[in-house]
Design a protein around this ligand. Structure first.
Ligand code: SAM
Length: 217
């Protein structure tokens, strides 16, 4: 069985009891970054061996993990944070497992985009998750212009380096629509800032933005 196990997005206590049980009982845990996951495993006294499965070894490593699964081993897949398969190499392994008729299941848990969406108080009966916006200004603005045509709540992930540039572009394309910038969800310095992109640009310009961000429009 391949277990897709969600792990915390910041607060080590945000993990399902079944996730801890599963991580203890499987033969191997495939992690994006074994050192990062070690902090969680040590916290819950989980001694299961780990192996790295990340962007640059994903094809070769997926083949190896499928081989182990076919031999009857149980493997848990975790990402650095949240639910594997959402913007991490997990997708490649999940897809290959399905093609190889390997039984898969999930132990659900946190996803940053869902936390921000519900905290936004905006309609969530339908929404569009756009992942990370393009890095280049022109392609980012084009993407935002296309997204602006959708009649739904929009959710993006953003890095601290590009937050201010993205807020500028949102201001240009969405005007003074109220947005939410959710920072460091579930962590000590969690912050929810609401306002127009212009207001939030001013707030986040006061000091260099730090941490992880989700934007909801
Ligand atoms: N698999 C993850 C999930 O389930 O949400 C997403 C992984 S994605 C590579 C990482 C991005 O998620 C970060 O750059 C940030 O935009 C967002 N993110 C993750 N944890 C967060 C948190 N605690 N607060 C705000 N955003 C977070």
């Amino acid at each position: 069985m391949l277990y897709i196990v969600a792990t915390p997005i910041g607060n080590l206590k945000d993990i399902a009891l079944r996730a801890v049980e599963t991580l203890k009982k499987v033969d191997l845990i495939a992690c994006e970054d074994t050192r990062h996951t070690r902090i969680l495993l040590d916290h819950y006294s989980i001694k299961t061996p780990t192996t790295s499965f990340y962007q640059h070894n994903r094809f070769q490593k997926a083949d190896y993990l499928i081989k182990l699964l076919k031999e009857g081993k149980d493997i848990a897949l975790v990402s650095d944070a949240g639910t594997p398969g959402i913007l991490d190499p997990g997708y490649n392994l999940i897809n290959l497992a399905i093609k190889n008729n390997i039984p898969i299941t999930t132990i659900p848990g946190p996803v940053a985009l869902i936390c921000a969406l519900v905290l936004s108080g905006k309609p969530a009966h339908n929404f569009y998750f756009a992942g990370f916006l393009p890095r280049g200004k022109i392609s980012r603005q084009n993407k935002l212009r296309n997204l602006a045509k959708l009649e739904t709540t929009l959710v993006f992930y953003e890095s601290s380096h590009r937050l201010l540039a993205t807020l500028k572009d949102i201001e240009e394309i969405f005007g003074n629509r109220e947005i939410l910038v959710a920072r460091e969800l579930t962590k000590k310095f969690e912050e929810l800032k609401r306002g127009s992109a212009k207001e939030l640009f001013e707030k986040f310009s006061l000091s260099k933005p730090r941490g992880e961000f989700v934007i909801v429009i």
